[in-house]
Design a binder for this molecule. Structure first.
Ligand code: ARG
Length: 570
């Protein structure tokens, strides 16, 4: 099963174009936005008529004449200025749903070309808490990785930890002079953050502390054993907390090669860039200039400061060099916020100058706003720590379940609270266009109405409850016969799953999949209202049960691709 309606129609439209002596590759078919006039449409006649200075409706009629829909659809209708509208035959739709219901991939074809993709995401900073800014990278990166894997690509996920920056000078100084051991035991990341903040504040007014913190950093960089040992503790303690969060979210990484991993390679890299003429010395510093790239003409990429220090970009170039050597990837995806756009433009341009042809993608995203539409902060003005946020999600979901279903056993309540609460946070992120700044609203994301995880999870639960009442799972899905408009509308939606999933990767937009799942749940509810299932009889009952079962599988698979679990009850 890999033929989607779109693929089948495209093939037939191309044959018709060829029969008319027109270029077949122009025959693209898309799902209709408004299904009153057809299920799919094509604008090929309009585009080709314009190029040939012909009448579009006449050309459309000629194409329609040559179009052989077989059992898939009747002759297309010509609408407006020359659109071709296609309506799928109920018999074909019924048969395809039968096939879909038995397909382990829910109709999603594997990518024609299997790519090796490195996904660099989450990448929080050590000795700083992971905050809501990192949540977007973590959730988006995980969903994109899952989808790429499902489509058959070879994916390596890498957490490029910020474990080697100037923050360590301050934290080391703080560790030696201001450390509260008891606080460190209680909440290590909070204590490290406090040290960082405090030293940062003292530094502003006390040049001696500023100098001392710098010296601690230099000692660390030079391999001083004491500072190295403290640094290792900072990394281990932070990682333990990050890991707990990833575990809770069901996210794992294949690699965890932080910035420190590349430190030993930086000096040689800069020398090589100089020797190869990629970089040049400018006022004592080493830079890569992009005089031929208009957007970057006056924005060189600094790779070594005049004091000999290396930069974020130097590490990223060393990272690319390492990844190229180790994996020879086809693409590297960086899931990092929009403020780093310039950084990645520079790094990607420099990488091309180094001779790397790999497709490098910065998958940027906007900010999360508080309900006041300003950047989301705690009452004291700090970033909201991710752990606290996830805990609150689970607590709130728990309250919902307590109200809806107080009789439920404790274990189940706990499980559902986790699945619903964390699902809601993830889905709120993934159902937005990644570039929009979205408002983080508990009441909206946990609502059982609207485009939310609980709504979709509830739709899944409703379908499953039909099978609980039925008492058995479904047998062979043969002889499906769908005739009611609501049945056909749902069936056509289900057949589109295989069309939607691959499009997510075109512009890295999981929200396309989220929207699709929302529409599918809506189509299910409309069907369920219009068509009795358990009370129906004979072939109608069987066909409707197959539709229900397939709906559940598509919802579960789609949510799984977004990293959202489904409960069996709610
Ligand atoms: N640690 C960085 C931050 O928190 C993100 C790193 C992104 N990845 C990269 N290869 N630069 O902003």
């Amino acid at each position: 099963m890999s033929t989607t309606p779109q693929a089948a129609l495209t093939q037939r439209l191309r044959a018709a174009l060829a029969a008319c002596g027109l270029p077949p590759e122009r025959g693209d078919v898309v799902a209709a936005a408004d299904t009153r006039f057809g299920d799919y449409q094509a604008n090929a006649a309009m585009v080709l008529a314009k190029e040939a200075k012909r009448n579009p409706r006449e050309l459309a009629a000629q194409i329609a004449e040559q179009f052989d829909g077989g059992d898939l659809c009747a002759k297309p209708e010509i609408a407006g200025p020359g659109f071709l509208n296609f309506r799928l035959e109920p018999g074909w739709v019924s048969r395809r749903v039968g096939i879909l219901s038995a397909d382990a991939r829910c109709g999603v074809p594997e990518a024609e070309e299997r790519l090796k993709i490195i996904v660099d995401f989450s990448s929080p900073n050590i000795a700083k808490p992971m905050h809501v800014g990192h949540i977007r990278s973590t959730i988006l990166g995980d969903a994109l990785s899952r989808i790429a894997r499902f489509l058959g690509h070879e994916v390596v996920t890498d957490n490029h930890l910020g474990d080697w920056g100037t923050q360590f000078g301050k934290v080391l100084y703080g560790w030696k002079h201001l450390l509260d051991r008891a606080a460190l035991e209680r909440d290590p990341v909070a204590e490290m953050t406090r040290l960082y903040r405090e030293v940062n504040a003292i530094e502003q007014t006390d040049p001696a502390v500023h100098k001392a913190a710098r010296e601690e950093l230099v000692k660390l960089q030079q391999g001083d054993p004491e500072n190295r040992a403290i640094w290792q503790q900072l990394v281990d303690l932070s990682w333990a907390e990050f890991e707990e969060i990833y575990g809770q979210l069901g996210i794992r990484f294949d690699e965890r090669l932080g910035e420190s991993f590349y430190d030993p390679a930086l000096a040689a890299l800069v020398e090589k860039l100089l020797a190869d003429g990629v970089a040049e010395i400018s006022e004592g510093a080493v830079c890569v200039f992009f005089r031929d790239v208009p957007a970057l003409a006056d924005k060189p990429c600094l790779v070594r400061k005049s004091d000999g220090g290396f930069l974020y970009a130097t590490t990223d170039l060393a990272t690319i060099e390492y990844r190229e050597e180790r994996w020879e990837p086809d693409a590297i995806w960086y899931v990092t916020g929009a403020p780093q756009q310039l950084h990645f433009q520079q790094v990607f341009s420099a990488a091309r100058r180094m001779g790397y042809g790999t497709k490098l993608e910065h998958i940027a995203f906007g900010s999360i706003l508080g309900e006041d539409h300003k950047l989301m902060k705690t009452r004291s003005g700090d970033n909201v720590p991710l752990r606290a946020l996830l805990d609150e999600a689970v607590t709130r979901a728990r309250a919902m379940i307590e109200e809806k279903n107080p009789e439920m056993p404790e274990e189940e309540k706990k499980h559902i609270a986790r699945v619903v609460g964390l699902g809601a946070v993830k889905y709120a992120e993934l159902s937005q266009h990644r570039m929009t700044d979205y408002v983080f609203s508990w009441s909206k994301m946990l609502s059982l109405q609207g485009n939310t995880a609980p709504y979709l999870q509830n739709a899944y639960v409703r379908v499953r409850s039909i099978f609980r009442k039925l008492g058995t799972e479904l047998g062979a899905a043969e002889n499906i016969s769908l005739t009611e408009p609501a049945e056909l509308a749902l069936a056509k939606k289900l057949l589109q799953f295989g069309e939607v999933v691959p499009t997510v990767l075109h512009e890295f937009r999981p929200n396309l999949l989220a929207n699709y799942l929302f529409e599918t749940a809506n189509a299910f509810h409309a069907f369920y209202e219009a068509c009795p299932v358990l009370k129906a009889e004979g072939p109608a009952r069987h066909s409707r049960l197959v539709l229900c079962d397939t709906t559940a599988r598509v919802l579960r698979q789609g949510l799984e691709l977004l990293g959202v679990e489904v409960p069996e009850r709610m």
